[in-house]
Design a protein around this ligand. Structure first.
Ligand SMILES: [Ca+2]
Ligand SMILES: [Ca+2]
Length: 329
């Protein structure tokens, strides 16, 4: 996953198609809010790990907005099978749409047609082996609503079979449901979906210049994971990282810096106590990683031995754990 903010504006600046979707889901107000009691806090986003634990990834996944968010709607706005995030803020940019531009995994989206209770299938429960139980609901989160669909990320699986518990108490098994599609499941029509429709092609793969591989940074692959430390002269948190990274085992460490004219990466790195080889950070990568025109330091990029970017970390706190997950045992 990686979310790139595509709208930070009043609703008038959205396209008519966006506006239609947005107006159905978000209550917008015309007057700016005067103040905020609990706003401007960094957002948190938790990703479930294979072992059942959770990792906090708001920063790494591009969702570290500090605006005073209230309503949050996760939904597949562009129909490509991954979920965007739409956030309404009390102040500042009122609506932010975070487009999911990460590499698309395999997923299914389920629309449920209940023959009992509300038409939108509120309360219908879907269970999938190894994934857990999911309830279709309109009421999730604060001051917002979500589409009453169930979105299942399938990892590498090409299909999934699901057990559906309808509001009538009836249980039915549907499947196999092919990944990459939006399926409509209707009560008493099991085991086949009543309708299946392919996801749209993803519009954007990655932000331009996004360093998804070591090659994009001008670095060769290594037999072990590579940790890229980003720095600029005078960055104290970068200096604080240096002794931790110097002691790291089982990984190659490279420092990439942005330096002023007349300065060199080697000299700037040395001024921070960075002992690993230092080079210039390519400009395109610096642009892609920047937030509001600045590189959000400290910042570590972790690459696997396959040369692919695995994690973006705001400092070394979770580094040992991440490296263990790349090199189990
Ligand atoms: Ca999407
Ligand atoms: Ca997408």
């Amino acid at each position: 996953m990686y979310w790139r903010q595509v709208v930070a504006s009043q609703r008038q600046q959205l396209s008519p198609a966006d506006l239609d979707l947005v107006q159905r889901m978000v209550v917008t107000q015309d007057k700016p809010f005067p103040s905020s009691l609990s706003g401007w806090e960094p957002k948190r986003l938790w990703r479930r790990q294979a072992d059942g634990g959770y990792e906090e990834v708001a920063f790494a996944e591009g969702f570290d907005s500090r605006l005073d968010g209230r309503s949050l709607v996760p939904a597949d706005f562009d129909g490509d099978g991954d979920q965007e995030l739409l956030m309404l803020s009390r102040a500042g940019a009122r609506l932010q749409l975070f487009e999911n531009v990460g590499a698309n995994g395999r997923a299914v989206e389920l629309q449920l047609g209940s023959r009992s209770g509300p038409r939108d299938a509120e309360g219908v429960e879907v269970r999938a082996d190894g994934l857990g139980a999911f309830t279709a609901t309109l009421a999730r989160g604060y001051a917002s609503t979500v589409p009453p669909t169930v979105h299942l990320g399938l990892g590498d699986a090409r299909a999934v079979t699901v057990d559906v518990k309808w509001r009538s108490g009836r249980r039915e098994t549907f499947g196999p449901l092919l990944a990459g599609m939006r399926h409509t499941l209707v009560e008493r029509n099991a085991p086949k979906p009543s309708r299946s429709e392919k996801f749209a092609r993803p519009r954007v793969e990655q932000p331009a210049g996004w360093p998804s591989t070591l090659g994009a940074l001008g670095l060769e692959k290594a037999e072990v994971p590579t940790v890229v430390q980003l720095f600029t002269r005078g960055c104290r948190p970068c200096a604080d990282e240096a002794p931790v990274l110097a002691k790291l085992t089982g990984a190659r460490v490279v420092a990439l810096g942005i330096v002023a004219e007349g300065d060199t990466p080697e000299a700037a790195a040395a001024s921070l106590g960075i002992k690993t080889p230092a080079r210039q950070l390519p400009e395109a990568a610096a642009d892609a990683l920047a937030r509001g025109g600045e590189l959000p330091l400290p910042l570590l990029l972790v690459y696997g031995s396959d040369g692919q970017l695995k994690r973006v970390l705001p400092g070394p706190a979770q580094l040992a754990e991440v490296l263990r997950s790349l090199h189990p045992g």
